[in-house]
Design a protein around this ligand. Structure first.
Ligand code: 5GP
Length: 216
């Protein structure tokens, strides 16, 4: 006998949500806000050869490593994607992503356009990508300076890279302008909410609909 529709938990596949933006457009603040009140979402912690900034914690913000160890991870196929951004290497360790997805969780990635392209090739429809644009170039510069974590030289370098990064906006599913942080956060949350109920992700729908059509 079939289960009644109420007994059926409509299962769905986890999704991979990517946020990309030029450095300083507010991506980390948006990520924190998304994670704060959503226990179905977990953050992918990247590996990097960049040195830790003040306040950054190993295993929370990044796995900080020497180039030789990073290369080892590449050679052993332990990274889902990797790229050189500015002067450092960044990559996504595969294992935690696979564990979270099989646990039915969605995963949030703060990665650049190069990593997004690589993940798109691997994950296809399971990937949802959002590009965050700053409201102006000046605001980007102000944010980078007020972070006070990077030298003037690093800030200048990141500013000169911003335009190149922004040029990749058409490769993303959604584009959100961060002219008002609260609105930007609620737009990103709305995207996630809608993407979660996309038909192709809801693997349990057929069973549910069959039960409905059988009159249960
Ligand atoms: P930051 O040094 O400011 O933490 O990050 C610099 C850039 O590297 C950001 O645009 C960020 O999205 C990107 N990034 C961080 N982790 C990864 C990663 O694992 N893969 C790729 N491709 N980019 C990353």
């Amino acid at each position: 006998m079939s289960q009644s529709p109420e007994q059926i938990d409509i299962k769905r596949r986890g999704l991979m949500l990517v946020l990309s933006s030029p450095s300083g457009a507010g991506k980390s603040t948006i990520s924190r806000a998304l994670l704060e009140d959503d226990d179905r979402l977990s953050m992918s912690v990247s590996a990097t050869t960049r040195k830790a900034r003040p306040g950054e914690v190993e295993g929370v913000h990044y796995f900080f490593m020497e180039p030789v160890d990073f290369n080892l991870m590449i050679n052993q196929g332990e990274l889902l994607e990797h790229a050189k951004v500015f002067d450092n290497y960044y990559g996504t360790p595969s294992k935690p992503v696979e564990a979270a997805l099989s646990d039915g969780k969605d995963i949030l990635f703060d990665i650049d356009w190069q990593g997004t392209q690589q993940l798109k090739q691997k994950a296809g429809d399971d990937l949802v990508s959002i590009f965050i644009l700053p409201p102006s170039t000046k605001s980007l510069e102000n944010r980078l300076k007020s972070r006070a974590q990077d030298s003037d030289e690093v800030v200048a370098k990141r500013m000169s890279k911003a335009s190149e990064e922004i040029s990749h906006w058409p490769e993303y599913d959604y584009v959100v302008v961060n002219d008002n942080l609260d609105r930007c956060i609620s737009e990103v949350k709305a995207i996630l909410k809608a993407e979660r109920v996309r038909r192709h992700r809801r693997t349990g729908l057929l069973q549910f609909v069959n039960a409905l059509r059988e009159g249960y």
